[in-house]
Ligand binder design. Structure first.
Ligand SMILES: NC(=O)CC[C@H](N)C(=O)O
Length: 227
């Protein structure tokens, strides 16, 4: 399987995302923000960082990058897309996921290891987890507070579209302790914590993040049943 990893000016975590893809025995393919060509990849990771310096609003400029036009189009055809941190912010700005990420409640950049509960495993990126499993993954952001209007929150909760929820403390004031959500068809997932930084127990804090990268291989397998 070939999994694209996008680099924007200001992206930080493309190298780690590509490494996570490799750990899961897939082939990472570098995609450039200014090039709309997705090079025939099977799935796309939009990694973390500070795309375009976070000017205006996190993800607000990246959403107009030529590569994102192709990602939105491919997602419409069912291609799995994972947005991590700044990537999640970009997917919300692009309209692939509802809601928005705003300044952390404490107004500080938060960098710590964070427990999450896997709330939903019917997505292209979470089938390898048991629902209710708790995983340890780093968070590192300043605009990580997930907000949406009440109707959207009710819809997400009602349709099982909250995929990851903070446990043992909410680091940023996210509504309903939401750490990650999915699209209606389960193919697009965004989360603020960084699974690509938790792929090797030796360097820590766990290898729990690998589950997302293995899950997408299952979703892409010809035998997969739709999430
Ligand atoms: N680690 C990241 O991707 C950071 C995301 C974003 N720039 C923020 O600080 O909220």
């Amino acid at each position: 399987m070939r999994i694209g990893v996008i680099t924007f000016p200001g992206t930080l975590d493309d190298v780690d995302a590509a490494r996570a893809v490799r750990y899961a025995d897939a082939e990472p393919v570098s995609l450039w923000h200014a090039d709309p060509d997705l090079e025939g990849v099977d799935a796309v990771v939009v990694p973390g960082g500070f795309s375009y310096g976070d000017y205006l609003r996190c993800g607000a400029i990246a959403r107009f990058a030529p590569v994102m036009t192709s990602v939105v189009e491919a997602a419409g055809r069912g291609m799995p897309v994972l947005g991590i941190c700044n990537g999640f912010q970009i997917l919300c700005e692009a309209g692939l996921l509802p809601g928005a990420l705003v300044r952390n409640e404490g107004l500080h950049f938060v960098c710590r290891d964070q427990w999450l509960r896997v709330e939903n495993n019917r997505t292209a990126w979470s089938t390898r987890f048991d629902e209710g499993a708790e995983i340890l993954v780093p968070v590192k952001n300043i605009d990580g507070c997930y907000v949406a209007d009440q109707a959207t929150l009710d819809l997400l909760e009602g349709e099982g579209r909250v995929v990851f929820r903070y446990v043992d403390g909410n680091p940023n004031g996210s509504r309903n302790d939401i750490a990650g959500i999915r699209s209606a068809n389960g193919r697009v997932v965004g989360l603020m914590p960084h699974p690509e930084h938790a792929i090797d127990a030796l360097t820590g804090p766990s290898d729990d993040g690998l589950g997302l990268f293995y899950s997408v291989l299952d979703a892409l397998s010809p035998l997969a049943t739709p999430a």
